[in-house]
Ligand binder design. Structure first.
Ligand code: NDP
Ligand SMILES: O=C1O[C@H](COP(=O)(O)O)[C@@H](O)[C@H](O)[C@H]1O
Length: 473
């Protein structure tokens, strides 16, 4: 496995800890070797020390043992090169030697602006043989046009079956559980549609700010960083039809149909259906945090959004008239990723009180599925109270440790299973819907609304639902 961007945030905080866990649990074949690549110069030992420092910080103390680390580090090496320079790929090819039968995974944990160069240089250096696979991190490009250019350049070297476009949300257990819940339980299917569901809320709220990723984030913003990929993928899993088989093509065919059915939001519609925000100074966990525009590598007059909420409609038979409200933001009051399915009230209110059912699928911080039902309050009279049928997935399976999303996805890449990866047409369909919103914001100069760090987001967020008599969970 060759990790381009091996000294970056993603590699050190996510990929190497995930590989360490796989190694520790005996899930990596003995032959697997990991070569980290970046421009900065490090000896093998210096890189191993850097990786160890980060892995120690990421991995629970009980899971980190010096001997296990030593055996993992024996797989780990470093190669300094500039991925934009074709000559450096010649050096890389020499270093790797010819071995066409060996599966090579190129993991591109770099900015997407390098993807096209890397694919072309790999091909020219004879490193993209039939056993090679490539993993692309999101976001793929910054617009439909740039995504198409990247996909075309990658497709010229790697056929689609060998391209793994990663969206780590698809590797989360609860996200996969969403498919199990919908397609392995008979009771939900009859009510999973417009006639019974009032609306759906999909929220990914973070307390973190942009940390040390200001340079990237300030050019991307929440729409490209989160909505274009993670939140639209969650929406697809909630809304798609049952695939005929659980395999890569069938699942992705259904997801792409949803993306193609998203009602476009363009021009002045953006003012009605979207809310953009940017955090100002505030408090998180009792500590003062600076405004976004004072973060490292962020422009002082930046108008990049750190918060987005959108009202989405799906133009198909199942979902006609059912709004899907998406929201995501940084520096919010609490970390919570969840999907709320709000059912319609019963058709005849026998008890003159009571609330409509809700199904809450919580992805983070804990993995939970909870169905809110109405029950009789004990005692005299017929008074109702909402109660929860609550399933804590970690407890239900009595697992010692839940897998991190990257562990699952890295194993799938090694196994060549692309079910949980995005196909080219999915990524492009998502951009096709996102681009007009970005253009609408630009044309109608919809600058981000300020919200204090530690709050729930900009005031306008409430209005998006309240005007329809609804409330955020
Ligand atoms: N960080 C995260 O949590 C997530 C990141 N991503 C995506 O992953 C990708 C990487 O993100 P992140 O790790 O945060 O970025 P960083 O800026 O932290 O890391 C970038 C890496 O690329 C290397 N690099 C830059 N230019 C070159 C070059 N010309 N040749 C070789 N190596 C180069 C850098 O090392 P050097 O400067 O030494 O060359 C560094 O190792 C991005 O596309 C991002 O959107 C996706 C999901 C989550
Ligand atoms: O892809 C990204 O995801 C993280 C949030 O991931 P999570 O697994 O912690 O929910 C986000 O912080 C980051 O900005 C984005 O690039």
């Amino acid at each position: 496995m060759l990790v381009f961007g091996g000294t970056g945030d993603l590699a050190l905080h996510k990929l190497l800890p995930a590989l360490y866990h796989l190694h520790r649990e005996g899930r990596l074949h003995a032959d697997v070797r990991i070569l980290a690549l970046a421009r900065s110069s490090h000896s093998r030992e210096a890189y191993q020390a850097l990786a160890e420092r980060h892995c120690r910080a990421q991995v629970a103390r009980a899971d980190f043992a010096n001997e296990t680390w030593a055996s993992f580090a024996a797989r780990l090496d470093y190669f300094a090169m500039d991925a934009a320079q074709s000559a450096d790929f010649g050096r890389l090819a020499k270093r790797l030697g010819r071995d066409d039968a060996r599966v090579r995974v190129y993991y591109l944990a770099t900015a997407p602006s390098l993807f096209e160069d890397i694919a072309a240089h790999l091909a020219n250096a004879g490193l993209a043989g039939p056993a090679a696979r490539i993993v692309l991190e999101k976001p793929i490009g910054h617009s439909l046009e740039s995504a198409r250019a990247i996909n075309t350049a990658i497709g010229a070297v790697f056929d689609e079956a060998r391209v793994f476009r990663i969206d780590h949300y698809l590797g989360k257990e609860t996200v996969q559980n969403l498919m199990a819940l919908r397609f392995a339980n008979a009771l939900f299917e009859p009510v999973w549609r417009a006639g019974h569901i009032d609306h759906v809320q999909i929220s990914v709220c973070e307390t973190l700010g942009v940390e040390n990723r200001g340079g990237y984030y300030d050019k991307a913003g929440a729409m490209r960083d989160m909505i274009q990929n993670h939140l639209l993928q969650l929406l697809c899993l909630v809304a798609m039809e049952a695939p005929v088989r659980f395999d890569a093509e069938a699942v992705r065919n259904e997801k792409v149909k949803i993306l193609e059915a998203l009602k476009p939001i363009s021009g002045l519609d953006v003012q009605d259906k979207t809310v953009r925000g940017q955090y100002t100074a505030g408090k998180i966990g009792g500590h003062d945090v600076p405004a976004y525009y004072f973060e490292k590598n962020v422009d002082n007059d930046s108008d990049t959004e750190t918060f987005v909420a959108v009202q989405v409609e799906i133009d198909n038979w199942r979902w006609a008239g059912v709004p899907f409200y998406l929201r995501t933001g940084k520096r919010l009051a609490k970390k919570a990723s969840e999907i709320l399915i709000q059912f319609k009230p019963v058709p005849h209110r026998l008890f003159h009180e009571g609330e409509a059912n809700q199904l809450l699928i919580r992805l983070q911080p804990e993995e939970r599925i909870s169905l809110q039902l109405m029950a009789k309050n004990p005692g005299k009279g017929m008074h109702l109270k909402p109660v929860e049928l609550d399933l804590n997935l970690a407890n239900a399976f009595n697992q010692q440790r839940r897998w991190d999303a990257y562990e699952r996805l890295l194993l799938d890449v090694i196994d060549g299973d692309s079910t949980l990866f995005m196909r080219r047409d999915e990524v492009e369909a998502a951009w096709q819907w996102v681009d007009p919103i970005l253009q609408g914001w630009h044309q109608h100069y919809q600058s981000p609304r300020p919200y204090p760090a530690g709050s729930d987001g900009p005031e306008q967020l409430q209005h998006l639902l309240e005007r329809h008599g609804r409330h955020w969970a």
